[in-house]
Design a protein around this ligand. Structure first.
Ligand SMILES: Cc1cc2nc3c(=O)[nH]c(=O)nc-3n(C[C@H](O)[C@H](O)[C@H](O)COP(=O)(O)OP(=O)(O)OC[C@H]3O[C@@H](n4cnc5c(N)ncnc54)[C@H](O)[C@@H]3O)c2cc1C
Length: 540
């Protein structure tokens, strides 16, 4: 075993593994240290009910990973395989349903059942979003400059960004400003009139967010999820289910990293980052083992990295205060089920790959979603939670025994302070209510359930390291975006400590299984190393 690695990566979530693979491929000596018994972090497949069922415990669908990562790490060779997701299906309490298939004409017909005006507007909406994504996509893969800094290099970076954006006309600046500041409810109400369409479209504005659809800034969250595949100019926004669940993505990343010589250690929990003379020197594990390192990349939640693993005296006071204020709530609850048959929806009986193999959305209107948030804001778990449901075993036969299925229900909200205590009874009652909603739409559903697990904010924090239960290591609110992610002056993947970098979801481009923070931190290290070789110190 290499006891003196050049690079130590804290956290074996997908970002840690992407960074490990890319750096090892460049010939560097890399060790990944993961606290849990397995890699993946929030991109994980678990076996809560024995070996027969593979459960994609937290995240459940891929979209935003740049082609560059897939290609450089040759992930398909390591088992990475995606089954495309087949549109959206929203069964409604009044017995109707709204379906949004990929095909333009069929989608038009579906929406026309509710409103011809909406059907026409939806085509324009997609064009409008695609156009905005063409501008925002590359920005997601851009290292944010240090806005406001007057240092010559930082002024140059700001000027470069302004130059890159010179083609953005006044209208688009207006649209982007509206997107960043508006609520998703105001936005979809401007475009559409039917409750059903407004409800389905609003869900992506509040996924993983401690904000209801009527809260300012949620329009951007929707756009973040629409931007899609990045990094090489290809922007699709299309989603898919990885074969073997999201843990298979982590396994493929681990296998790729190891094939290039990286070492991946599990049950290796870091307790301290060592700093000597304002430079990183290595890490100490919980068991007392010390590993020295020239470079450390922290992919952990920023509260873990800056407030637990470092001594406050090693950091500027304003950074410590800023990370202390970092908002990391969401009130998300994941309900995972094993079923002995597929649900049969009264509104659309029988098997339909676009229903059972798509995303089933329980969000009949903006008011229902907002009501769920208001319940949680008032301190109660939602009476009528919204749910984003998928059944990946429809395509992926590796997940469940023949004829059986696994169902993933992403739901919101419970009070965000459920991260402080398990609240098992309340979560069970909450899950019962989600299941009862499906039962109303697909009678017999409850009887088809063989097993269930309910993962709330406390478990997300304590088992998976998602502090506060936020699914993205920090809310995607305007005050925590771009040059603010996670703190002004350090959105370029560096930290105040020379040789210590950040590459987790709380950095720009993060939030989702994107690998973008990992790609960026690798580029940053390459850049700094060039300077180092020329005799200039590692950082600034
Ligand atoms: C319920 C849920 C649903 C989601 N759905 C989706 C989805 O469908 N699609 C999508 O793209 N994204 C989704 N996300 C978001 C996405 O999963 C995360 O943003 C992403 O996986 C985070 O990756 P990461 O590598 O930055 O961090 P993490 O995955 O959090 O990895 C950090 C790792 O650090 C480890 N660690 C913590 N402390 C220590 C320590 N002291 N020493 C060593 N290791 C440590 C943790 O165990 C963890 O493995 C979802 C998240 C959740 C929770």
């Amino acid at each position: 075993m290499n006891t003196n690695p050049n690079i130590v990566i804290i956290g074996g979530g997908h970002n840690g593994l992407v960074a490990a693979g890319l750096l090892a491929k460049r010939g560097l000596s890399v060790t990944v240290l993961e606290r849990r018994h397995k890699v993946g972090g929030a991109s994980v497949t678990e076996h809560p009910w024995g070996p027969d069922y593979k459960v994609t415990a937290l995240s459940y669908v891929m979209s935003l990973m740049p082609q560059q990562i897939l290609k450089e790490l040759d992930l398909p060779r390591h088992g990475y395989k995606i089954h495309p997701q087949h549109g959206y299906f929203s069964p409604l309490p009044d017995g109707r349903y709204l379906q949004l298939p990929a095909d333009d004409q069929r989608r038009h017909e579906q929406i026309s059942k509710f409103s011809k005006t909406d059907a026409d507007a939806h085509a324009r909406w997609n064009e409008w979003l695609g156009d905005l994504a063409a501008t925002l996509g590359p920005l997601l893969a851009t290292v944010p400059p240090k806005l406001g800094s007057k240092r010559p290099k930082d002024l140059l970076d700001q000027a470069k960004l302004a130059w890159r954006l010179r083609h953005v006309n006044q209208k688009k600046v207006g649209d982007i400003t509206r997107l960043f500041t508006m609520s998703i409810a105001d936005l979809v109400e401007e475009w559409f009139e039917s409750d059903a369409l407004q409800g389905v479209l609003a869900v992506s504005g509040v996924i993983g967010t401690w904000a209801g659809p009527r809260s300012a800034g949620t329009a951007y969250v929707m756009a973040h999820h629409q931007i899609g595949d990045l990094g090489d100019g290809e922007i699709t926004g299309s989603w898919g289910f990885p074969e073997g669940g999201m843990g298979a993505v982590a396994d493929a990343l681990r296998s790729a990293a190891e094939s290039f010589g990286a070492q991946v250690r599990t049950e290796a929990s870091v307790s301290r980052i060592l700093v000597r003379n304002e430079r990183v020197a290595g890490v100490v594990l919980e068991n007392g083992e010390e590993l020295s390192a020239d470079i450390v990349i922290a992919t952990t939640h920023p509260k873990i990295t800056f407030l637990d693993h470092l001594d406050k005296r090693e950091l500027p006071d304003d950074l410590v205060a800023g990370i202390g204020r970092w908002k990391s709530r969401s009130g998300t609850v994941k309900v995972n089920l094993a079923l002995d048959r597929l649900p049969d929806f009264t509104s659309k009986p029988g098997f339909d790959p676009e229903v059972h193999g798509g995303t089933i959305v329980l969000a009949p209107s903006l008011d229902t979603i907002e009501g769920a948030f208001q319940d949680a804001l008032g301190g109660q778990p939602a009476e009528t939670p919204f749910a984003d449901i998928c059944i990946p075993s429809v395509f992926d036969k590796t997940l469940a025994p023949e004829g059986h299925h696994v169902m993933s229900m992403f739901t919101q909200w419970v009070p965000h302070n459920y991260a402080d205590a398990p609240h098992v009874t309340e979560l069970d009652a909450y899950a019962d209510r989600v299941i009862a909603r499906v039962e109303e739409l697909a009678p017999g559903f409850t009887n088809s359930i063989l097993h269930r697990s309910v993962i709330g904010p406390y478990e997300m924090e304590h088992t998976y390291g998602l502090i506060g239960g936020n699914i993205f290591h920090g809310e995607l609110s305007t005050n925590q975006m771009f040059h603010m992610r996670p703190f002004p002056g350090y959105a370029d993947f560096t930290t105040p400590i020379s040789g210590l970098y950040q590459g987790g979801s709380a950095t720009h481009g993060g939030g989702g299984v994107t690998g973008i923070p990992a790609l960026q931190v690798v580029k940053r290290i390459e850049h700094d190393q060039k300077h180092w070789r020329k005799g200039i110190s590692f950082l600034r």
